[in-house]
Design a protein around this ligand. Structure first.
Ligand SMILES: *[C@@H]1O[C@H](CO)[C@@H](O)[C@H](O)[C@H]1NC(C)=O
Ligand SMILES: *[C@@H]1O[C@H](CO)[C@@H](O)[C@H](O)[C@H]1NC(C)=O
Length: 292
């Protein structure tokens, strides 16, 4: 009797465990996010959510809620093999012509050539703050963490917990800082072969489609801003909510992180708008005040 019940139990448990982990990953994505573009270009595979680009469509997802300050993290495995012409983005953005935006854009490449990570910051609808770097690993062979920490003092972009960019609050110098609009969290994959790869010279090779980016490890820890609330009310509440992200220790990088950022900039940065004097004959105001 014992043996017959355990032989019945084993397949039941296996089945249960499998469906549980599947449901958990999907449920976690569903709790926080929804496809906003091409739901038929999504698939769920174990603990990963896959989004594909083919010659019919790209795809995208967005958070269900909006946030002001906090930390957003996701693990991404970028398109493997030939990804030339494709861009995969992970970003936070508010809405409207005066919107703020914090961008990670992953620019694909031909097989074996390095991905480029472009970051940008928009404040009051104005971007033009591109930085580009090569990564210190191949982002297509495994999942890596990409995070945005946003508090009242700084916006920090991190790759596997290593800071790659800091946008500092310089309001005391008269420079506007994004802290008055709730932002959604987004990701998308699309064809950008007019500019993305080697300046647009390399086009998307559709015979290599579909191009698939995979996601897992979704984490959003921030001040939740129901879309029905006015931005001014959210701003007042979120400025005083006392989230862990606003503790004094996180008002700037610690010594170890500063060294990491210096290392990234010295070894991996390939473009910085702050040093592009052709584009900006007079150095943008915030660059004069950057410590790095
Ligand atoms: C693609 O590879 C080329 C050659 O290694 C490199 O110059 C370029 O920066 C890489 N990335 C992009 C997005 O073009
Ligand atoms: C998409 O690409 C496939 C494979 O290359 C091709 O067979 C198909 O005709 C293309 N469809 C469109 C709409 O371009």
């Amino acid at each position: 009797m014992a043996s017959s019940s355990s032989s019945l139990l084993v397949p039941f448990l296996l089945c249960f465990a499998f469906s549980l982990s599947y449901v958990t990953a999907t449920a976690k994505f569903d709790q926080m996010f929804q496809p906003y573009w091409a739901p038929d270009h999504f698939s769920f595979d174990g603990d990963a959510v896959n989004m594909k680009l083919d010659n019919f469509s790209g795809a995208g997802f967005s958070s269900k809620s909006k946030y002001m300050f906090g930390r957003v993290n996701m693990q991404i495995k970028l398109v493997g093999g030939d990804s030339a012409g494709t861009v995969t983005a992970f970003y936070m953005s508010s809405e409207g012509p005066k919107h703020h935006e914090f961008d990670f854009e992953f620019l694909g490449n031909t097989t074996g050539e390095p991905y480029v990570v472009q970051t940008n910051v928009y404040v009051n609808g104005v971007g033009n703050r591109e930085q580009r770097l090569n990564l210190w690993f191949d982002p297509t062979t495994d999942f890596h963490s990409y995070s945005i920490l946003w508090n009242q003092r700084q916006v920090v972009f991190l790759v596997d917990d290593t800071p790659i960019r800091v946008h500092t609050n310089l309001e005391h110098k008269g420079i506007p800082y994004p802290k008055d609009q709730a932002m959604g969290v987004y990701s998308s994959i699309w064809n950008a072969d007019d500019w993305a790869t080697q300046g647009g010279r390399v086009k998307t090779d559709w015979t290599h489609a579909p191009f698939v980016a995979s996601y897992r490890g979704f984490e959003i820890d921030g001040c939740d801003c129901p879309v029905t609330n006015a931005d001014a009310d959210n701003a007042k509440r979120c400025a005083n909510v006392g989230g862990w992200w606003d503790q004094p220790l996180l008002s700037e990088l610690n010594v170890h992180q500063s060294h990491q950022l210096i290392w990234v900039r010295a070894n991996h940065m390939i473009y910085d708008y702050c040093s592009d004097t052709d584009r900006f004959p007079s150095v943008p105001l915030e660059c004069e005040h950057h410590r790095h």
